[in-house]
Design a protein around this ligand. Sequence first.
Ligand code: CP
Length: 333
Amino acid sequence: MNAAEPRQALEDQAALQIDENGNLRHLLTLEGLDKGLLLDILDDADTYLTEPGSLPAHNRALAGRTVANLFFEPSTRTRASFDLAGKRLGAEVLNLDVNTSSRKKGESILDTIYTLEAMQADIMVVRDASAGVPAYIARHVKPHVSILNAGESDVSHPTQGLLDMLTIRQMKGAFENLVVAIVGDIRHSRVAMSAHHALTTLGVGELRLISPPVLEPDADKVKGARILHNLKDGLADADVVMALRIQRERIGNLDGIPGIDEYFATYGVSHESMKYARPDAIVMHPGPMNRGIEIEGSLADGPSSVITKQVRNGVAVRMAVLDRVAKAMAARQ
Ligand code: CP
């Protein structure tokens, strides 16, 4: 894989996701997926939710299938929820330990993929720090195999976008009249990009992206959204407030980023700053959280917070996506 290949793989990836029968084959990005498909996935995910304390939903939809989790970046929520989602649908789930895998001996990512393909892994869930890797893999696997993007550099995190949409819909209903404010390191956030893709398609009333100037996104990547630097303006009468952490692992030079106390005072989502939002506004965070930096800990644990609901919805959304690509796979075979 030369350095340019993954970036090139991003071109036309939206079309690559849909198979010859018009079904979802890979989930690489929410950009370009139509509204009906997004809503169908959310509807499917709703059917996998049960009350906390009761037994989780499970069936045998993926019996005989093998799901391989390949996380070349750290993860708690996404990896655990794909693991549970696969098992609750009856799949064999392989969690490759990347730190002890042969990639450490110089094996290429495609050789790793071909090795797992030979073991009849049907669905590969991929997280990688380099842009374009999920699409690059998708272009090289056998026709029956599906690739699911579990977080790609600062480009996108489609299943996170879906679980965020499910949570917003459960709490607020239709998207059309909502003001959604996302606060923090927008520039390096794949979560913000997938939220932008989904909210745009779903027809959100207004999307505001609030950050220090040094962490603002490129305007051409967030068309239709308002870019703001003032928290009071950004949160004014918002229905939904999502806090994002500073993605230090993706920032080469931290110059210009305020220190912790100044950042919390200026951009922290707190009891104080939430007074600008609507009284019934919900507070979201994709995790992992840095309490006391981008979000006040007691707010994250309080009644307006839907953060644990996001996590619960994450398993349901991943079950819905796995079930959908497995059905599409069966129809191709
Ligand atoms: N939100 C999210 O992607 O969390 P993890 O990094 O823990 O998977």
